[in-house]
Design a protein around this ligand. Sequence first.
Ligand SMILES: NC(=O)c1ccc[n+]([C@@H]2O[C@H](COP(=O)([O-])OP(=O)(O)OC[C@H]3O[C@@H](n4cnc5c(N)ncnc54)[C@H](OP(=O)(O)O)[C@@H]3O)[C@@H](O)[C@H]2O)c1
Length: 264
Amino acid sequence: MNISGCTAIITGASSGIGAATARALAAKGARVVLIARDQQRLEAVASAIQQSNGQVQIYPADLSDAAAVAAVASTILDGVGAPNILINNAGAGRWLSVLETSAKDVEEMMAVPYFAAFNLTRELLPAMKRRGSGCIVNVTSVASRLTWPGATAYIAARRAMDGFDQGLRLELAGSGIRVMLAMFGSIETAYWANNPGSRERLPRITSLTPTLTEEQVAAAIVSGIEANRRLVLKPSIFRFVLGLNALFPRTTERLMLWGWRPPV
Ligand SMILES: NC(=O)c1ccc[n+]([C@@H]2O[C@H](COP(=O)([O-])OP(=O)(O)OC[C@H]3O[C@@H](n4cnc5c(N)ncnc54)[C@H](OP(=O)(O)O)[C@@H]3O)[C@@H](O)[C@H]2O)c1
């Protein structure tokens, strides 16, 4: 897919992966439409893009609220029309065990990323289908296909993203709209500060895997869109880990439990 001249909506674009992906798409000539809650941080990202001669618009919204999702989608469709690219990236979620997770926590973890991605896609899909081309990218963690202890609600929410991605791909077969899962290991972003206590629960085995920068992740998403991929997975060592998990799940469980101390 040629990105130049496309309109790309990026959620969670006030920070981290979303902001870096917006910069990378704008540098390729896309008009980028940024969504997140924090208007000031969106303005800062937009201003940097404009200074590099990029085309950008911001639409502050809380994507955990289905009514707000419908409202922002309608405003965007009226303002800029159907997107060629939708990047469902907004996400949060602390790494907590089942006993540490309240009913409110688990609802919030499903609300963003999963409900947000589902609801925004549904709102934009009729207009995208009328165009008959485009790409929807669902950003997630390797937690979509791997499990470690002490982050159960987070992992379940990322599994939901994987199911959404796969179901959507089949529903859109023949529509001209491609669906890509962008799945990553650990990335150095504000995520760790925004979701306290999570970094401490990275499985010990991840000390053997490289940590990515947000620029590396953005470049991987952009090249995945350009190459019409269905899956982007970085760092590449996770291809081996996912293969190991499929063939020898007990071995992977033991690796994930290595060094784990259950909370008291
Ligand atoms: N960092 C990692 O190691 C890593 C690895 C793999 C996957 N991921 C996934 O990638 C996604 C982005 O993570 P990141 O590392 O870029 O984290 P981040 O820097 O914390 O960014 C999260 C983004 O989501 C937005 N957001 C959160 N709640 C929202 C809501 N209710 N409505 C609208 N926007 C909302 C935030 O903006 P506002 O606060 O302004 O709303 C922010 O722009 C997450 O789903 C994360 O799980 C991260």
